[in-house]
Design a protein around this ligand. Structure first.
Ligand SMILES: [Zn+2]
Length: 201
């Protein structure tokens, strides 16, 4: 499995995408990732433009007869509609619990003692090392949101812990300063495309 080809698409599409987008993003690596995807409740409202020399924008999905839909372009007059069936519009999102379980297995983490609310968009994957530091996985949508989530997660957190994000692309200086503003968190390091924040007392 080529890790660098997986984490960026996984982060970008985590909240839900049609299978075509997962195929385009992950290519052959999709087979390795399928077990970490689950079907979302809602069908897609947009569909990627698949027309040769097409507009490149998402098309808006409209009903087109029984069991059929058409994805129409709102951006350009000459980009034709794309006929679709219900299967094309199924949306798959990252199954965060399954992914955390996979990461916990790969990193040999101890299972979390109890699932607890973090008040942040971070999932507790397990604990690491003799200090049983908690390891969290977060899918930040952008760096501003990540900075807010880091504050929300780190603020009330009394103990050292490790935070991972899929690609590290949102771990900007702003996020680092949000993390280092908290006295118990002093180290930021990025390795193998996974961003780690290691809280140190
Ligand atoms: Zn188009």
């Amino acid at each position: 499995m080529k890790m660098e080809k997986i984490w960026h698409p996984l982060e970008r599409l985590a909240d839900g995408a049609v299978m075509l987008e997962w195929e385009q993003g992950l290519g052959k690596e999709l087979d390795q990732v399928r077990r970490y995807l689950r079907l979302s409740n809602d069908p897609a409202k947009t569909f990627p433009c698949t027309n040769p020399l097409g507009c490149g924008f998402p098309h808006r999905v409209e009903k087109y007869g029984k069991g059929r839909w058409v994805a129409v372009c709102d951006e350009e007059d000459n980009c034709p509609g794309i006929l679709l069936d219900g299967k094309d519009l199924l949306v798959y999102e990252v199954d965060r619990k399954a992914l955390c379980a996979g990461i916990a297995h790969a990193l040999k983490l101890e299972p979390p003692a109890a699932r607890k609310s973090t008040h942040a968009r971070a999932e507790l994957a397990g604990t690491h090392g003799p200090g049983r530091h908690e390891v969290y996985l977060m899918f930040p949508a952008d760096h501003a949101r990540m900075a807010r989530e880091v504050e929300r997660l780190f603020g009330p957190h009394p103990a050292p812990f490790i935070l991972m994000t899929p690609s590290g692309e949102h771990c900007t200086a702003e996020v680092e300063s949000a993390a280092t503003a908290i006295p118990t968190v002093v180290t930021a390091a990025s390795a193998s495309g996974v961003c780690w924040w290691v809280g140190v007392l």
